[in-house]
Design a protein around this ligand. Structure first.
Ligand SMILES: Cc1ncc(C[n+]2csc(CCOP(=O)(O)OP(=O)(O)O)c2C)c(N)n1
Ligand SMILES: [Mg+2]
Length: 544
């Protein structure tokens, strides 16, 4: 069989249900022949974002796959691969390549070389008969260790080669590692003795599906829990021990408890220093548990380090704790939930004037609050975008079930949210999948709302149109005054309708909830919906 058909066979054996791509790439046709659904986007970057969400929502079990052509297709995909790399998302990327005799010199774009620094693994397929071994290596990398894009570049002439019809292929599997038992015992001691510990959970908890163990540890020792943006929804945010999650903006309880903490236990997180993550206060005893030793002692100095899978780590800590007493934990039983609730109440009271605002133009916080109280949160997956929408939504959106919030911010490409919501809908057809974005964000990837319509991926897109790059106003004062440099414009509800979707422009605060209900109904009828709220240039964010 030809190379593309051999690859399609491997994909089928690896359980791949969708191929997202943009022509020309022979794998698209071969996948269709093998009954793998093909989804064609309007630009490569969005397709990669979709593949990204497919992987995230299955904790890496269903790997998102994206294919594109050599040269322009690969060049235009760069952003999407880079975004998945920064967020450590396992996706398989298979660009075509220039024929072998032309692939290694100017001016031809060589994906293997150029994407080496934005992939976990990047390798060309140099001959047809290497398909089984190259794909075996690729899927092993995808299912093991820290996530990241894996790239296999297939030169045009290699696509014309044959692979043995009955080649052997064993699907890849996952193997986990657990931390050193001596270190586990030490950490259990530190946790049992800590007076004011805080757990900081990252996306490693999602990938390890360690949600029950995280909850059990928190409840065993009465430790309050916060998460990174990527880890958001790893712990039910309506739990009495939930502090909420933080990025650039954060809920009041997260700030207060981190300041007061003696011990911070990071689980499945990187502690990466980023403007879109919580800055850990200094002078704390930090315990860092992550599956990638590269992250240990990198961004924050750690006192205790555990390298291993989050589920195995938490399970071992829980069994080590079984033989230990913790008078400090007993003391926290009522005091911590009460204090969280007091701080949360005072913090929310401060924000209520915005969250329940009745003015025109509509305040974006009001839309977020109404959306939160209108959707069925157990059956919703939501993501933010770069710009103000991220900082406005992340502290106030209360996630209850695992993987119901797709958080990001290691890099922050405007327009990422649309593809994430679409990928989420592919992974969870029965869920309401929402992206919340601003009018600058839609400028990057809005054309792919047409893909949502055409490919029958009925997402709900919530747009805050403030005719501005509002977040830039404070740093572009002169340019705005002289040249209107932060102004942007468009009628995006009309755009959505022009693409065959449901589009509605909302200007009246009283219409927010009815419009959300109409949008949800449209999605239930199979139509992608875009609700364009004309919003105020709100700049306030919950920072401390
Ligand atoms: C691809 C890309 N380019 C530039 C930026 C920098 N940036 C972040 S937010 C922003 C403007 C956001 O405007 P909008 O989406 O309308 O949100 P608003 O702040 O107006 O609510 C810009 C230019 C980015 N994050 N991504
Ligand atoms: Mg805007």
């Amino acid at each position: 069989m030809l190379v593309a058909n051999a690859i399609a066979r491997v994909l089928k054996e690896e359980g791949i249900k969708f191929i997202i791509g943009y022509p020309v790439n022979p794998i698209i046709e071969a996948a269709a022949e093998a009954d793998i659904r093909t989804i064609i986007v309007r630009q490569e970057r969005v397709g990669l974002h979709m593949a990204d969400a497919v992987s995230r929502l299955s904790s890496g079990e269903d790997i998102g796959v994206f294919v594109m052509q050599h040269g322009p297709g690969a060049e235009n995909a760069f952003g999407g691969v880079a975004q998945a790399y920064s967020e450590s998302v396992p996706i398989l990327v298979m660009p075509g390549g220039y024929p072998r005799r032309l692939m290694n010199y100017f001016p031809n774009f060589n994906s293997t070389l150029n994407m080496k620094h934005i992939t976990k693994w990047s390798e060309p397929l140099t001959m047809g008969r290497a398909v089984p071994e190259v794909m075996r290596r690729a899927f092993w990398q995808l299912r093991n260790g820290r996530g990241g894009p894996v790239l296999i570049e297939i030169p045009g002439d290699v696509f014309r080669e044959e692979v043995d019809d009955d080649f052997a292929y064993v699907p890849s599997f996952k193997t986990k590692s657990a931390p050193d038992p001596e270190r586990i015992d030490e950490v259990a001691d530190v946790l049992a003795r800590a007076e004011n510990p805080v757990i900081y959970a990252g996306q490693g908890v999602h990938y390890a599906r360690a949600w029950p163990e995280l909850k059990q540890l928190a409840e065993t020792l009465n430790i309050p829990v916060t998460t990174s943006l990527e880890g958001k929804s790893a712990f039910p945010e309506n739990h009495p021990l939930a502090l909420g999650s933080g990025g650039r903006s954060l809920p009041g309880p997260v700030h207060e408890f981190l300041q007061e903490a003696d011990v911070i236990f990071g689980i499945g997180c990187s502690f990466a220093l980023t403007g879109f993550g919580i800055r850990m206060p200094g002078n704390k005893t930090i315990i860092h548990a992550t599956l990638d030793p590269m992250d240990l002692n990198k961004d924050v100095p750690v006192a205790y380090a555990l390298a291993g899978d989050a589920k195995l780590t938490l399970t071992s800590i829980l069994s080590a704790l079984a033989s230990k007493q913790s008078p400090a934990a007993a003391k926290r039983k009522d005091t911590v939930p009460a204090r969280i609730s007091d701080i949360k109440e005072a913090w929310l009271a401060e924000w209520m004037p915005r969250l329940t605002n009745k003015d025109k133009p509509i305040n974006p916080y009001r839309v977020i609050w109404d959306l939160l109280h209108t959707v069925d949160r157990d059956n919703t997956v939501i993501t933010h975008d770069a710009g103000s929408p991220r900082d406005q939504i992340s502290p106030f959106w209360e996630s209850i079930v695992p993987l119901s919030y797709i958080g990001w911010g290691k890099t922050t490409q405007l327009g990422y949210g649309l593809g994430l919501a679409m990928g989420a809908k592919l992974a969870r057809p029965g869920a309401l999948c929402i992206n919340v974005w601003g009018d600058a964000a839609i400028g990057f990837t809005g054309m792919d709302f047409e893909t949502a319509v055409r490919e029958r991926i009925p997402i709900l897109s919530i747009l805050f149109n403030n005719f501005s790059m509002a977040i830039e106003l404070p740093i572009m004062k002169v340019a705005t005054e002289k040249y209107r440099s932060t102004d942007i414009s468009g009628n995006y509800a009309d755009m959505a309708r022009a693409f065959g979707g449901y589009g509605e422009r909302v200007t009246e605060p009283d219409e927010i909830v009815p419009a959300i209900k109409r949008g949800i109904e449209a999605t239930q009828n199979g139509q992608a919906a875009l609700l364009e709220f004309i919003t105020d240039k709100e700049l306030a964010v919950s920072t401390f």
